[in-house]
Design a protein around this ligand. Sequence first.
Ligand SMILES: NC(=O)c1ccc[n+]([C@@H]2O[C@H](COP(=O)([O-])OP(=O)(O)OC[C@H]3O[C@@H](n4cnc5c(N)ncnc54)[C@H](OP(=O)(O)O)[C@@H]3O)[C@@H](O)[C@H]2O)c1
Length: 322
Amino acid sequence: MTATTRLTTPFGARATAAEILAGVDITGRRMIVTGGSSGIGRETVRALAGAGAEVTVATRDPGQAADLVKEFAGPGPGSVRAAAIDLADLSSVDAFVAAWEGPLHALVANAGVMAVPTRRLTAQGWELQLATNYLGHFALARGLRDNLRAAGSARVVVLSSGAQLRRAFDFDDPHFERQPYEPWPAYFQSKTADVLLVVGIARRWAADGITANAANPGYIMTKLQRYLEHDTLRAFGVTIDEAGNHTVPDYYKSPAQGAGTSVLLAASPLLEGVTGGYFEGNQEAAIVPGGPDALAGVAQHAVDPAAADRLWSYAERVLASR
Ligand SMILES: NC(=O)c1ccc[n+]([C@@H]2O[C@H](COP(=O)([O-])OP(=O)(O)OC[C@H]3O[C@@H](n4cnc5c(N)ncnc54)[C@H](OP(=O)(O)O)[C@@H]3O)[C@@H](O)[C@H]2O)c1
C-alpha cells in the first residue's frame, strides 16, 4: 500500500474484535498470539477462537490462560491452548519454535512491555524493551517462517503504537550502552522497530504467501501501564481516586475494542494480500513526518525500506552473535 492507495474498511475505531469478525469463519486456521493471556492479547484470542481458529496463547505463564482454554474447551470449532515462551530469552523462543509442528496461518506478535523504569538487560545483554517487543518477535517470526509458508497463505501481525511517531531506530546505540537510559525513548524505539519488522517481512516473504501488517490499538488501560507513576497516568488523562481506583477518559478503548485492529489484520478477508501496512482506528494510516507533535499516522522513519533492511541485517547479526 502507498500513501495514495490506503486501504479503508467499514469499521469504526471503536469496533470490537467480535464485531470485526462477525460472519467470518476461520475454522481450522492455526494461530499464535504472544502475550495472549492478558489485555488486548486476551481479547484477540477470544475473538479468533470465537471465529473458529485453533489459537495458541504464547505466554510466560500458561496457567494465566487456563480460563481461556476452558472457555473454548467445548464442542465448537474454535479452541485455545497455552504454551510457554519468554520473548526476552532467546533459548525460550528457540524451544517454542522447536516444539511447533505443522502450518501456522497467523502469528500475532502482541506481547510487550512499556517504559521499564531502569535499564534492564536480558541474558543476551540486550535492553529489555527492545529484546521483548522486537528482537524476541523477530526471532520467533523467523523461526516459524517455514510453518507460515506451509499454510499457503499466512499473516504476521505486529502490535506497534503511536509511540513509533516519536523516535527513529537508533542504530548507533540501540541498547543505551553509551547514552543515558530513558524509559520512554526505549519504548518508542522498540515500537518503531515493530513497524520496520513488518516492512522487512513484506519485502522478503511475499513469495512464500506471507503478509505482515502493524497495528496501533489506541489507548487501553491494561497491565502495560504497570510501571507508570500516578503523575504519569494523570498526564495521560487518567483520574485516580483516594482508594487508587482508575477512571479513564472517553478516548480510551476497552481491551475488546483495542483487539479489533489485531483481528482485522489477522483474519479479516478485507486484508487478503495486503502487506507492509500500519493500521490505526481500523484504517490504514497515512505516512507522516513523525516527531514530538505528531498525533496520528505512521512516521516516515518507521516505514523507510532502507531502515527496514538495515534493521533486518542488524537483528540477524545480533541473533547470530549471542
Ligand atoms: N494498552 C495500550 O494502550 C497500548 C497502546 C499501544 C500499543 N499497545 C501494545 O499492545 C500490546 C499488548 O499490550 P496490552 O496493553 O494488552 O498490555 P498487557 O496486558 O500488559 O499485555 C502484554 C503481554 O505481554 C506479555 N509479556 C511481557 N513480557 C513478555 C515476555 N518477556 N515474554 C512473553 N510475554 C511477555 C505479558 O505477559 P505477563 O502477563 O507474563 O507479564 C502480557 O501478557 C503491546 O505490544 C503494547 O505495546 C498497547
